[in-house]
Structure formats: C-alpha cells, structure tokens
Write a protein that binds this ligand. Structure first.
Ligand code: CA
Length: 221
C-alpha cells in the first residue's frame, strides 16, 4: 500500500519514512504544497499523511481542494502542538484523523491502520478471508492458524488484496500500490508475486479475472 507523506520538516520525513517503510508501506515524499496537491489529485494512495504547515500551499487549502474534487482517500493531518482550532478546522475540511506534533511512531501507525481499514470497509483490526488471516499490526499472515512467512512484496500485495476483498483489483492498481516512484515497473512482476502467494497460501485463494485483475477469497464467499 502506498502512502503519500506530505511534510517539509526533514527530520520528521526521515523518521516517519523509516517507520512506514518498516511497517510494510511504500512511501512517496513531497514537501511543497502545490506538488502535494497535484500528487494527491492525480494518484491513488492508500492514505495521505498531511502536515498542515507546508510551503507553497497550506495543508487546509490542499485538503479542501482535494475533497471538493471528490477525493475520498483517508487523510491523517499533522498539526502543531496545542492548536486545537487547527485540528477542528482540519477535520471540518475533510481530514479523517489528526495527530498533534510531537507524536509517537506507534500512534501514527495505529491511526493509519485504522483509517485505512475503515476506508476499505473493515472494522476489526485483523482481516479474515476464508481461512486466511492478516494482522496488519504484527504484519503476520496465517492460513488455518498456521503462520506463513512472506517477503515484503508478497505481504504488500496480499495486504492490499485483503483490504479490498470486496472487488476485483486491476493489475495496474496493484503495481502502483506496490512500487515507489523510482522503482522499475515490471509488467510481469504482479503475476509472479501472485504465483508465489498461491504456492505459499493455497492455489485457489487468489482468483485471476483475465483482462480485469485479481480478487481474493471470492470462491469462499
Ligand atoms: Ca511544516
């Protein structure tokens, strides 16, 4: 899953970037407000972490423009300490949650997991599809209670399909969510990953809808 990190404080960018990458997300960074607005307007992200104080265009303006344009991406805003009015304005402008600075990385991750699962229609902290269980906090996957070991790329793909288990996910969408800006996009990479997941988790779990994409667990439901 790909996260847009919109922040101009390089220390926070480094710390949050490392934390998100370590938690299995693909991260795109941008510090200039106008660029942030453009990226959010033209790309699909699993979630956006938005600092309200950005150069070029302020976060509240960006947020309002995105929402006015129909953007439904879950957004977590970062606010300066003590400015409760900023938090209220942020939520009124369409933020899903906020986090005042300074914050603990564990809290950032918990809030992100929460807004991502709510945006994809999941209430519980773990997602179950048939006998397959995904725990985004522990980054653990099990089938019928038996733990499975996945590579980071396999985990990202499976996590995205499980969060979106109500629909067929197109191949290009998976490719976009799995790879950062500067990584090479291999057209067969998704097919190869799906093949490996089938070998590890069971061959009927992920169904290929030729010409459309992939859906997980539809045979069980
Ligand atoms: Ca700032």
């Amino acid at each position: 899953m790909k996260i847009l990190l919109a922040e101009d404080d390089s220390r926070i960018v480094r710390d949050v970037g490392e934390t998100l990458t370590g938690a299995g997300y693909v991260v795109e960074y941008e510090s200039n407000g106008k660029e942030v607005w453009f990226l959010g307007d033209t790309n699909d992200y699993a979630a956006i972490v938005l600092d309200l104080g950005l150069p070029g265009m302020d976060g509240l303006t960006i947020l309002k423009k995105w929402r006015d344009n129909g953007c439904t991406t879950p957004i977590l805003v970062l606010t300066a300490r003590g400015t409760w009015s900023e938090r209220v304005e942020g939520i009124d402008a369409g933020a899903d949650d906020y986090l005042p600075k300074p914050f603990e990385m564990d809290e950032l991750l918990a809030r992100l997991r929460c807004i991502i699962r709510r945006s994809t229609g999941h209430g519980a902290p773990t997602i179950t599809v048939g006998g397959l269980k995904l725990d985004p906090k522990q980054m653990r996957v099990s089938v019928g209670g038996i733990p499975k070991t996945l590579t980071p790329q396999e985990y990202r793909l499976l996590s995205y399909l499980m969060h979106h288990n109500d629909r067929v996910v197109p191949q290009h969408e998976l490719a976009e969510q799995l790879q950062g800006d500067h990584e090479q996009r291999a057209s067969n990479a998704i097919g190869v990953l799906v093949g490996r997941l089938r070998r590890k988790l069971g061959k009927n779990l992920i169904e290929t809808r030729r010409g459309f994409g992939y859906i997980i667990g539809s045979a069980q439901s």
